[in-house]
Design a protein around this ligand. Sequence first.
Ligand SMILES: *Cc1c(COP(=O)(O)O)cnc(C)c1O
Length: 423
Amino acid sequence: MSSLANFDPEIAGLIEEERLRQVNGLELIASENVVSKAVLEAMGSIMTNKYAEGYPGKRYYGGCEFHDVVENLARDRLCKLFGAEHANVQPHSGSQANQAVYFAYLNYKDRIMSQSLTQGGHLSHGSPVNITGRWYSIFHYGVDSETETLDYAAIEDIARIAKPQIIVCGASAYPREIDFKAFQEIAETVGARCMADIAHIAGLCATGYHNSPVGVVDIVTTTTHKTLRGPRGGAIMCSKEDAPAIDKSIFPGMQGGPLMHTIAAKAVCFKEALTPAYKDYCGQVVKNARTMAEVLAEEGLDLVAGGTDNHLILLDLTGVSTDGQHLTGLAAETALGEAGITVNKNTIPREQLSPFVTSGLRIGTPAVTSRGMKEEEMKQIGHWIARVVKDVAKDPTSKKAITEVREEVIALASKYPLYPEVA
Ligand SMILES: *Cc1c(COP(=O)(O)O)cnc(C)c1O
């Protein structure tokens, strides 16, 4: 019996239940993925025992000789992956990475311009309920109401009026390609710095399936656990000139000791991301999203911005209705969840409902692609999603489609084990 199961059967049991949930379901949350056994091993290692405040060669604690090598490997591999001049791999999360950039360059109540949360942005881009929305003055741009895509001329107009010190680009729920060069040019026009937050699309940027902002915009932040498929965490990339300010902002500015077990796992993740197999993976993620988008459109569902260029699809449910009341994101998320398909409700550009209810669904392919699924499976899943959504729209109490799809989901999932080598 494992030490955990022996000492704490309650937690061990819950981890096992969660493992089974992951194994038997289809994970379509766009920000989630399935890490490798190698990443898991590094994360669960004795590297967690050590304090390593500071940076390689400049630590505040003794005994960091191996941690220095690990952190340097992580930094060098990340720089190589993106062609960056400098990398900081210590941010505990994507939000911490963003806060560190603001803290490095802004004062209290300085101006940030970013994509609004209801139109694809992120909490850490200045939401009123977030620390960033309280400490800074926030100006938002959104998407064009017709095309539901970014309109760079309109963004430039807002920038000229708002005169922000930082322009943030990058999103959590935007299915189309982002023109990072256009954002940098707008920022230069108004004398702002440009920060690209590639939390979601980092893997695609690293492998050429999306244009990369590294070397194009001033500063790039990312998470390491979404398309990058590493441990939960963040990272920042910038020029040599910006490096001292960024590093100082993370430590001692915002964080204490780095999570060295996570940094070891980040190093493993970046090594994986440098392989041809990972590049193939990212290509498949994009192909899978496109295929599923086509099927959902064929089924008569409405896709925000008309489709996808990346790993995610945003469904607009306002057209899925009976008796004039459209199906909500919440109801669709719940029904699909019962069928074993995990997605999340999401606001859409012309949202009328609260963020707890919403009129949209966000669907992503990174996790199912990690399990080895390809276009054929995406077609099946797309049809299942449509079947469940239409059935509960017609009759909210119906369990017919849910029950049928649930069985098919289990059969499909069993063919694609989470960790084939231990299945
Ligand atoms: C997920 C995400 C983040 C934050 O990630 P956390 O690690 O959860 O803090 C930041 N920015 C964007 C655009 C994201 O999608």
